[in-house]
Write a protein of this length. Structure first.
Length: 282
């Protein structure tokens, strides 16, 4: 059994107005990998390649040791989007019966348990559910498949803190099994602070930074100052009081006492690396 649930090597996908290229990373079993970046960075394109919905122009995408999109891979993969994919006129109570034939490991008891845990009204139609209920229903369907790889594409966007907490709690429980793995794409980066082992930052269709989450965060800092922006500053943003920029921690000694240096958040890293990319390609 491979130690990786999925592997992407030298992936390139070209579209008339956008290219994802030089993408290489793995999703090891026993880990949660965070996939972040600004809108249009390529996150959903990469997820679609993992599901076999896009044929790469170059590179290799493997899921559980075989080609992405193969029935054996899909049977072990659960996907949660930011909305239910079931027909809006289906009733919640009928979903298990309708979906089970497509998933050989479907667990009716697990599905019922999750509906109860999330307080999802079983007699309502899918289209009648609130946004939070819809996301929880999608997660219930994904977990009822008994997947080994869970792919989450912006599931917590727009949800209240209590609902997000429920989702992160279920993901933690899923990860108790060391054979499981998660790819979590989100704009709510505080969720990744609690869950992610590794972080991949996408900017402009390329990987701008990747590595263990603590290492990525600890390698950067936020500098705030006035006057001339040092050349080593990344993606400087100007305000009425001065400037702020991402810096590499190793460059901190170059900055004088008049510059305030703070820890960088995931959001800081995304914002300033994206700004640096825009400046370099302008």
């Amino acid at each position: 059994m491979t130690d990786d649930a999925a592997q992407i090597s030298d992936l390139r996908i070209t579209r008339p107005d956008f290219t994802v290229e030089d993408i290489s990373f793995s999703i090891p079993r026993g880990s949660v990998v965070g996939l972040v970046g600004p809108n249009g960075a390529g996150k959903t394109t990469i997820i679609r390649s993992l599901l076999g919905l896009i044929t790469p122009d170059a590179g290799r995408v493997e899921v559980f040791g075989g080609p992405a999109g193969a029935s054996t891979a899909l049977a072990k993969t659960g996907i949660v989007l930011d909305r239910p994919t079931a027909a809006e006129d289906w009733r919640v109570t009928s979903l298990g019966r309708r979906l089970a034939p497509f998933y050989p490991r479907w667990d009716h008891a697990r599905f019922a348990q999750l509906l109860d845990r999330f307080s999802i009204p079983e007699k309502r139609r899918v289209g009648e559910l609130s946004r939070g209920q819809g996301v929880k229903l999608a997660l219930s369907c994904a977990l009822a498949q008994q997947p080994e790889l869970l792919i989450l594409d912006e599931p917590s966007s727009g949800l209240d803190p209590a609902s997000r907490r429920e989702i992160t709690d279920v993901i933690r429980e899923f990860m108790v099994d060391p054979q499981h793995a998660v790819l979590f794409s989100t704009h709510i980066t505080t969720d990744l602070d609690e869950l992610a082992d590794d972080l991949i930052v996408l900017v402009g269709g390329r990987i701008a930074r990747r590595g263990p989450l603590p290492d990525v965060k600890e390698s950067y800092a936020i500098a705030r100052g006035t006057g001339i922006v040092p050349a080593s500053a990344l993606g400087p943003q100007h305000t009425g009081q001065g400037w702020s920029a991402l810096i590499r921690v190793d460059d901190s000694p170059q900055y004088g006492p008049e510059v305030v240096i703070d820890e960088a958040t995931i959001d800081d890293i995304i914002i300033h690396l994206a700004a640096a990319h825009e400046e370099a390609t302008a």
